[in-house]
Design a protein around this ligand. Structure first.
Ligand SMILES: *[C@@H]1O[C@H](CO)[C@@H](O)[C@H](O)[C@H]1NC(C)=O
Ligand SMILES: *[C@@H]1O[C@H](CO)[C@@H](O)[C@H](O)[C@H]1NC(C)=O
Ligand SMILES: *[C@@H]1O[C@H](CO)[C@@H](O)[C@H](O)[C@H]1NC(C)=O
Ligand SMILES: *[C@@H]1O[C@H](CO)[C@@H](O)[C@H](O)[C@H]1NC(C)=O
Ligand SMILES: *[C@@H]1O[C@H](CO)[C@@H](O)[C@H](O)[C@H]1NC(C)=O
Ligand SMILES: *[C@@H]1O[C@H](CO)[C@@H](O)[C@H](O)[C@H]1NC(C)=O
Ligand SMILES: *[C@@H]1O[C@H](CO)[C@@H](O)[C@H](O)[C@H]1NC(C)=O
Length: 405
């Protein structure tokens, strides 16, 4: 520990007059996990997969009516991004009156104090694209109902000029808890192809080289939630070992055509392996947050697709097949397939099935019209909204075992 990067990163925090207890951040206190969860967890020293089944699978269930009201509103959460402030932009708020009910048990309402107690002195990071940022924003809203939080923003702009892509950290002083966003589109190294100074939307992807912009922060992190997916649905030129091996969707006769799930699998494998091999990351717990489907109907985002449903889809209408499920399976299978090598804790936050049903949870046309240039957002999730459930699941996992005993 104590690399230059680590120190300069921390000195930024200290320069905000925030006292951080390094010893607690870096304590190698091994997570003695009593895990009664229904999802799979691998213990490093066990060498093999240890599956401990609870009597309840959090990720299998249904949405039931609940008029308890949302955990926060656009008035009580001051950081709510304009692009997810669906109430402000006129979306009928009845879609918040649903609760995820696991088949065999109950998912408790989010309890910010319980969450903060569970992560006291720790750092949690979301390594992800904008959907992970969406979950991070939901978590900040849920937590800021309980604690005065100090915003620590780094003037480090990773991507272009958009503020949304900065690494932004939130520090909850009374619990010494740091929440970080580690922006990454593909988890692996990438470069957008530029023609005549204009981005083409096509990317070169190095499937076997991790994007070090997020991995370099890992020594600071205790809980990591990684996710990726939506950026893979485009022209991608795939590289391994520095050489082009083919492409996704490019339709060039001289290049081998790969399925997008191949690219996703390889990117996750590279990401998981580099987490596993991180030498300065003792005690790191990683959750793979599975793919969260978009719900464009009658077109794509740029061809007039929209999402104006007013309630969850009928479960019988959603088939667990098709693209969304393929992506989710690729992610879960990658996690399972390298278990023999694992030296750290890994688990899954399997939101895909629950979110497949929530076609009604997206902003649609109800978001900041300064940027949306007339298209509907059927990909991100309104705040408050069904995405808050991911953090209820996360808390349930924390309560069951991801905290020191
Ligand atoms: C919150 O939503 C209401 C609509 O219910 C809107 O009038 C108000 O401007 C919004 N407030 C903020 C701070 O976004
Ligand atoms: C990593 O960050 C650098 C510096 O901001 C940026 O130029 C580069 O494109 C980023 N890499 C990826 C894979 O996002
Ligand atoms: C790039 O710019 C040159 C000069 O303006 C032009 O001739 C060429 O067609 C452009 N290429 C593309 C792909 O737009
Ligand atoms: C494949 O063909 C395209 C033109 O269609 C060319 O620009 C490209 O360089 C070729 N790639 C390889 C690897 O030969
Ligand atoms: C959704 O939008 C379509 C197209 O504008 C319209 O025909 C339909 O009635 C709308 N549905 C609801 C529930 O508003
Ligand atoms: C869902 O669809 C099935 C078959 O079409 C139907 O029997 C059932 O009543 C529907 N359930 C709801 C809640 O609409
Ligand atoms: C987990 O299971 C063990 C053994 O059945 C039990 O003693 C313990 O209380 C359980 N822990 C939780 C958090 O449910």
């Amino acid at each position: 520990m104590g690399s230059m990067k680590t120190r300069s990163f921390l000195s930024l925090i200290v320069s905000f007059s925030v006292l951080l207890f390094l010893s607690s951040l870096f304590s190698s206190n091994p997570l003695t996990v009593i895990y009664n969860g229904s999802f799979k967890l691998w213990h490093p020293s066990a060498g093999d997969q240890t599956v401990i089944n609870d009597d309840c699978d959090l990720f299998e269930g249904k949405w039931v009516r609940d008029h308890g009201g949302p955990a926060y509103t656009n008035r009580s959460c001051r950081i709510l991004p304009e692009s997810q402030n669906c109430d402000k932009y006129g979306k009928d708020q009845d879609f918040v009156n649903w609760r995820w009910k696991p088949a065999e048990c109950d998912l408790r309402r989010f309890d910010p104090v319980a969450f903060l107690e569970a992560v006291r002195g720790k750092t949690m990071a979301f390594a992800s694209d904008s959907v992970g940022r969406n979950q991070k924003d939901s978590l900040v809203c849920l937590l800021s109902q309980a604690s005065i939080c100090i915003i620590v923003e780094y003037p480090l702009n990773l991507k272009g000029d958009k503020e949304e892509n900065q690494i932004t950290n939130w520090y909850f002083q009374s619990y010494d808890f740091t929440l970080m966003l580690l922006w990454t589109r593909f988890l692996v190294q990438e470069q957008e192809r530029v023609v005549n100074g204009t981005g083409t939307g096509d990317f070169d992807l190095h499937l076997d080289r991790v994007d070090t912009n997020w991995t370099e922060k890992l020594p600071l992190v205790n809980y990591l939630i990684i996710s990726s997916g939506h950026w893979f649905f485009r022209n991608l030129y795939l590289y391994e070992n520095g050489k082009i091996i083919g492409c996704v969707y490019c339709g060039q006769a001289n290049l081998t055509n790969y399925d997008f799930t191949y690219a996703i699998r390889r990117a996750f494998r590279t990401a998981l392996q580099s987490i596993d091999r991180c030498e300065e990351c003792e005690g790191l717990v990683t959750l793979v947050r599975t793919f969260a489907p978009a719900h464009f109907e009658h077109g794509a985002w740029n061809t007039g697709g929209y999402c104006n449903r007013t309630g969850p889809l009928n479960e019988t209408a959603v088939r667990l097949s098709g693209t969304d499920w393929e992506v989710r399976n690729a992610q879960v299978e990658e996690l399972e397939s390298f278990r023999m090598e694992k030296t750290k804790w890994f688990g899954v936050l399997d939101v895909t099935k629950s979110m497949l049903l929530r076609a009604d949870g997206h902003p649609g046309s109800h978001w900041n019209n300064d940027w949306n240039r007339g298209f509907n957002d059927c990909l991100h999730w309104c705040l408050p909204g069904p995405i808050d459930t991911w953090n209820e699941m996360l808390l349930a996992l924390l309560r069951r075992g991801f905290s020191d005993v």
